[in-house]
Design a binder for this molecule. Structure first.
Ligand SMILES: CC(=O)SCCNC(=O)CCNC(=O)[C@H](O)C(C)(C)COP(=O)(O)OP(=O)(O)OC[C@H]1O[C@@H](n2cnc3c(N)ncnc32)[C@H](O)[C@@H]1OP(=O)(O)O
Length: 161
């Protein structure tokens, strides 16, 4: 049973990422990490790639699901986030959702849009049949994710190249 039900506040909407979001997406993601000199052509190639990867047992559904919250007055991207759905062998060929690259434009922080995008992506994961949804985050954001009904589980490990 779902722990959350997404309620979109007046003045905002949520939709799938589009080609026309390119400039806004770069600005919002720059609040998370280095975006680099990505071109519109590369961005389009990535969106096309994401749209080519379907779930094995649900061919109308996508493995890569990136959503944006739009300010309906300015038509700009206020927040962004992704859920990637991984097909596993374990758990009887189960699905795990990975939440990635969450960012709220600095002008829009503190308005519950971060929680909104997490609730929305988590519900997408549940609807797509994931048995769990996981994410990695900085220690400073643990409190935020706890507000979004996520619990600490395990320790993130990495090797960087
Ligand atoms: C998996 C990943 O991608 S991890 C990367 C996360 N992204 C970033 O760090 C990028 C920069 N930061 C941001 O974009 C934003 O600050 C976010 C996404 C962390 C939070 O988004 P916001 O829209 O500002 O948060 P929102 O308003 O939804 O906060 C929801 C609740 O969490 C609390 N909260 C927000 N940030 C934090 C924090 N860092 N620590 C503790 N609590 C927090 C809020 O006070 C609020 O609590 P309340 O419901 O009791 O009032």
């Amino acid at each position: 049973m779902s722990k959350t039900r997404t309620i979109i506040p007046n003045g905002f909407s949520i939709r799938k990422i589009e080609l026309s979001d390119f400039e806004d997406v770069k600005i919002v993601l720059a609040g998370l990490t280095t975006v680099g000199p990505i071109t519109l052509c590369t961005y389009e190639t990535i969106l096309n790639y994401w749209n080519s990867v379907k779930l094995m047992n649900k061919p109308s559904e996508y493995a890569y699901n990136t959503s944006v919250i739009i300010d309906d007055h300015t038509h700009t991207v206020a927040a962004i986030g992704t859920i990637f759905v991984e097909q596993k062998i374990i758990h009887d060929g189960g699905l795990v959702g990975h939440i990635e690259d969450i960012a709220v434009n600095s002008d829009y922080r503190g308005q519950k849009l971060g929680k909104l995008i997490i609730d929305y992506l988590s519900e997408q994961g549940e609807k797509l049949g994931c048995y769990k949804v996981i994410l990695d985050c900085d220690v400073k954001n643990v409190g935020f994710y706890e507000k979004c009904n996520y619990n600490q589980a395990g320790i993130e490990m990495q090797t960087r190249f």
